[in-house]
Design a protein around this ligand. Structure first.
Ligand SMILES: [Fe+2]
Length: 476
């Protein structure tokens, strides 16, 4: 049986293209000057169709350069990690590694301190790309990052600094909070104690706090031990269970597992792991960390978070569970958009449901990251059918409780849309994202007016862009 994430527009494209002066229907706002880049898995060699895990495909970044109302170019490039370089008959670009890891940098792409970074989580380093998406090499922020990195760092709009919470299975009982300054170097590192080695895909940032989602998807000893020869699997599993989530795994053992353990994502639903939200003052120490219980669930993505008096307001996309019945794709039933409110003085967390429509890829106007937002944007499916294929954009008004929907129509599939401001008001701008048209087997970069949700422009790409993960607008 072929994995669903190798079929249709989930399947990879083979060619790397450069096409200039793209045809456009509609009108691209004149003031947009920058690049929209999006990353996603695109296996460079045919994977085993029965065991292919969507999270592990080679990274491919697709980009469109926009200036003066024109779409100047489209490019797509594999991120040259060691495996991709070898498959293409090229030298792996020089650069550091963390603990022998070299995972596909396939999850996000973002600009900071003059760098374009292709990002992945779980212990590996980002890869730096050129403006035109060629791979420069792995990046440890000038030798200042003491560990791996994450796919969801956040730029604080007040300072321009890059905040991140990164997890790594062999790091013992900690995850790591880092702040990269405007000089592109890590200026602050805090190792935060957690237990049981959870997968922490995203976090939230408010004006004064870092918020951690410690939820019951944890490192799976049994699956990881499959990297060992058959006769040694039980003892290896026992050994891993003694170390992981408790003590740092010795470097040589961790490096061996990282090198040999490719092909599986060793994380699974763990009902024994307590679900909780951690709150750490940005400038505090771990002595100031507080935990708040929440009902068992999984959160890949937080929309935004902010402070309101003694409360923290967290808007999150909640999955009822994750990697419980399907280990290869994030596919455990419908999601909801929830608001979790933490009363810091009473030590309580309250859960409210804003929307029951199946949706993912939440984004806000990131000028308001960490501050009170009114609008949130997600991608959903017409009729709310749970699944991986999504075809509508939801604009949530968190103030009035209204949701407006722009459907891309039958036979179309949408990925994450990012908000790009063109005016001062919160929703004055465009929403930008890739939309696949099955009838033409091709994709457009679609720009919607964020206030009306009308289509402002469709930039016609010369190829299809496979469904992937995250992207960002990088102004010039
Ligand atoms: Fe993500």
């Amino acid at each position: 049986m072929t994995s669903t994430v190798l079929q249709g527009n989930f399947g990879p494209v083979a060619s790397e293209l450069t096409v200039t002066e793209l045809p456009v229907t509609g009108h691209i706002p004149e003031q947009l000057d920058g690049r929209y880049l999006r990353n996603g898995p695109n296996p460079v060699l045919p994977p085993n169709p029965r065991t292919y895990n969507w999270f592990l495909g080679s990274g491919m970044v697709h980009g469109v350069r926009i200036r003066g109302g024109r779409a100047e170019w489209y490019r797509n490039r594999f991120v040259r990690d060691g495996f991709v370089a070898s498959a293409l008959g090229e030298q792996r670009p020089a650069g550091p590694r963390h603990a022998g890891t070299d995972f596909s940098a396939n999850t996000n792409v973002l600009g900071h301190a003059g760098r374009t970074l292709a990002l992945v989580e779980g212990g590996s380093l980002p890869y730096e790309l050129t403006e035109e998406l060629d791979t420069v090499g792995a990046c440890d922020f000038g030798g200042t990052l003491r560990g791996g990195y994450t796919a969801h760092p956040k730029i604080d709009p007040r300072t321009g600094e890059l905040h991140a919470v990164s997890y790594y299975w062999a790091a013992g009982s900690t995850v790591q909070y880092t702040v990269v300054g405007l000089d592109g170097r890590v200026r602050r590192t805090v190792d935060i104690p957690v237990g049981g080695s959870p997968m922490m895909h995203d976090f939230s940032l408010t004006e004064n706090y870092v918020v951690l989602y410690d939820l019951p998807v944890t490192f799976d000893f049994e699956l990881a031990a499959k990297a060992a020869p058959k006769l040694l699997r039980k003892p290896v599993e026992f050994l891993l269970s003694q170390f992981i989530g408790r003590r740092p795994v010795p470097g040589r053992i961790a490096e061996r597992v990282n090198r040999k353990g490719g092909g599986a994502l060793p994380y699974a639903w763990n009902p024994d792991h307590p679900a909780r939200v951690g709150v750490l003052p940005r400038n505090g120490s771990v002595a100031d960390l507080h935990w708040f219980e929440v009902e068992a669930c999984y959160v890949f993505h937080a929309l935004n978070a902010y402070e309101q008096g003694e409360e923290l307001v967290l808007d999150v996309v909640r999955h009822p569970q994750m990697f419980a019945t399907d280990r290869l794709t994030p596919n455990e039933g419908g999601t909801t958009l929830d608001r979790w409110t933490i009363d810091l003085s009473a030590g309580k967390l309250r859960e409210d449901r804003f929307s029951e429509v199946h949706q993912e890829f939440p984004r806000v106007d990131e000028r308001l990251l960490g501050s009170r937002h009114r609008y949130g944007y997600t991608i959903g499916s017409d009729g709310g059918v749970p699944g991986l294929e999504l075809n509508s954009l939801c604009k949530h008004d968190l103030l009035t409780g209204d949701t407006r929907v722009h459907s891309f129509g039958k036979g179309h599939g949408a990925g994450e849309f990012v908000f790009v401001p063109t005016g001062a008001e919160e929703d004055a701008g465009v929403l930008m994202g890739m939309v696949y048209d099955a009838s033409e087997d091709r994709s457009d970069l679609v720009l919607l007016d964020a206030q009306t949700l009308d289509t402002a422009a469709r930039i016609h790409l010369p190829t299809r862009v496979p469904y992937g993960f995250h992207g960002n607008w990088m102004p010039s």
